[in-house]
Design a protein around this ligand. Sequence first.
Ligand SMILES: [Ca+2]
Length: 343
Amino acid sequence: MVCERIILDCDPGVDDSIAIFLALASPDEIKVDAITIVMGNHNDIDLLANNACLLLQMCNRSSDIPVIKGAKKPIAYAYHGHSGIKVHGENGIGNIKHPIKDFNQNPIEQYKDTSAAQFIVQHVLANPGEITLCAIGPLTNIGLAVSIGGERFIKSVKRVVLMGGSVGGHGNKTAAAEANLANDSHAGRIVFDAFPDITMVGLNCTRQLPLSQEIREKMRKLHAIGQFCFDITTHYTEILHSWNDPPCFNDPTAIMYLIKPDLFEGQRACVDVEDSGRLTSGQTVADWTGRWGRPLQTFVLMKVDRNGFEKELLDRLAKLTMFKPSSEDQLKRAEEQIEASEN
Ligand SMILES: [Ca+2]
């Protein structure tokens, strides 16, 4: 299997965090060229970017994977993802205290004057046909990249694999729409209009993968990073259960598709996004039979092997090791951070 180079566009985020760990734990299948940050689960882009940095630092990967900040608001309206802040917590990772922070290189610094959309265009044009855009947040950065880069950029993207939308079922942000699409329906429409090869990992698929207490306990028993996965999902699972919307593995499913496509079954359709409906803004609509007369640009994942997914997830996460400060200087900074987070 060829190792797939991706830009991971995300809003970390509880399930984003597990997705990032899964990607970092799968170096034979995925090379994360960069992590780009978009509003979604929170509207504080610095907070989301810092969460990405924290995860990279935990895995000692912050020196080779840059983090680039992107859109702070949807393309056509103000931020309205406040229910996401409730689900993911005020700090985006379940309101847990960070166990470590900032004790190795900060991967934001080198790109602080570049927007995520600009970076996406530049990186794709510099590596035509090689970069997959894996989007696990609202599609704002990629929609903006389409506006900046135009046809040459669109043609230079290898493919788009996104977690978002749903077919034949209900949403999670509204009755009709999944949160990533509902949080920026215009960007969603731009992306589904633009790209000829999209894989959609929607709620209709991810709801087959419950984030159960059992799997959380199995993650917890792995190691310190597994304990972190357990901790960040505590608030997340409790609040979703209280809303009668059982939690599931949303974002990690898109990463798992890149790693193990054999675990999934899907069907081609032309997918479009409703961007103006009174009740349906952000809803993905699939034309399975070509009645719109447009190419069936999207492979919609329909079914996933739950046992296979859970086994792969645990086997891969088990390979991660928590970064340990090696020098006196790193250790001192880590201790200062822990002390600061406790005050
Ligand atoms: Ca996300």
